[in-house]
Design a protein around this ligand. Structure first.
Ligand code: ADP
Ligand code: MG
Length: 241
């Protein structure tokens, strides 16, 4: 397994947000996390990226226990890309500078190497002509694709996507989805939180339904979304469709 979360418990005060959660993700697999608002999807992604500590349990990436306190979180984050709902590009920096910032400042790449990598990626996603533009000169969909490229230049083993299409106008969602599908075709391992079931159905190998910080049900998209076993999954799907 590329990612193994075992008995992960996360609390905020006396609020249990992740409750002995288990999740395994194989290399090249695309897993969609669904569940009501507040069910713990974002918290889980943040725990995997070590943005927040866990209270109990373990998380392994590629065989290494990344929740071991001796592990350097910066080295782990180099292997895990995380993209949020709001793209968080720096408005005062060009697209190219946004992308090369972390590789040069944090990950020790030379400016030339970082720029070459960034341009390769921008070219692949059809945004090479935007390299010198500032974020506000781009559409929301283009900005989100740049945010994904920014995560990809570190050549992560795992890409975590948190509601990456939620802030977009409907007509801009397609270009981001299509980028994610291309990444899937290239074998990128991804865990994505989404409330768009159409997206989950089209891109995911497996859908995981979180309920109150636990994995209540999981399986192929057609089964979980089309014929769920658990009453709570049915209720959730009935509410959002
Ligand atoms: P989801 O992404 O599924 O909507 P979240 O992971 O954002 O769910 O939130 C799960 C629960 O954890 C919510 O009840 C939320 O209020 C709580 N929570 C998340 N982050 C914090 C925080 N930093 N401090 C306190 N409570 C938090
Ligand atoms: Mg969330």
């Amino acid at each position: 397994m590329l990612l193994s979360c075992t008995d992960v418990r996360k609390t905020f005060g006396d609020h249990v947000v992740l409750d002995n959660l288990g999740l395994e993700v194989a290399e090249h697999e695309v897993v969609a996390l669904i569940g009501a608002s507040g069910s713990g999807k974002s918290t889980l992604l943040r725990c995997v990226n070590l943005l927040t500590g866990i209270d109990d349990g373990t998380i392994h990436l590629d065989g290494e226990e990344i929740t071991d306190p001796k592990v350097n979180p910066d080295l782990v984050r180099q292997k895990i890309g995380l993209v949020f709902q709001s793209y968080n590009l720096f408005p005062h920096m060009t697209v190219l500078d946004n992308i090369t910032l972390a590789p040069t400042r944090v990950h020790g790449k030379s400016a030339t190497e970082a720029r070459e990598l960034a341009m390769q990626w921008l070219d692949r996603v059809g945004l090479a002509d935007k390299a010198k533009a500032f974020p506000d000169g781009l559409s929301g969909g283009q900005q989100q694709r740049v945010a994904i490229v920014r995560a990809l230049v570190n050549s992560p083993r795992l890409l975590l996507l948190d509601e990456v299409t939620s802030a977009l106008d409907p007509e801009l969602v397609g270009e981001v989805l299509s980028m994610i599908r291309d990444l899937k075709a290239e074998g990128m391992t991804m865990v994505l939180a989404t409330h768009e079931m159409g997206f989950a159905k089209r891109v995911a190998d497996r859908v995981v339904f979180l309920d109150a910080g636990r994995v209540l049900e999981q399986g192929p998209p057609a089964q979980v979304l089309g014929d769920p076993v658990e009453p709570r999954t049915r209720q959730f799907l009935a509410r959002i469709i």
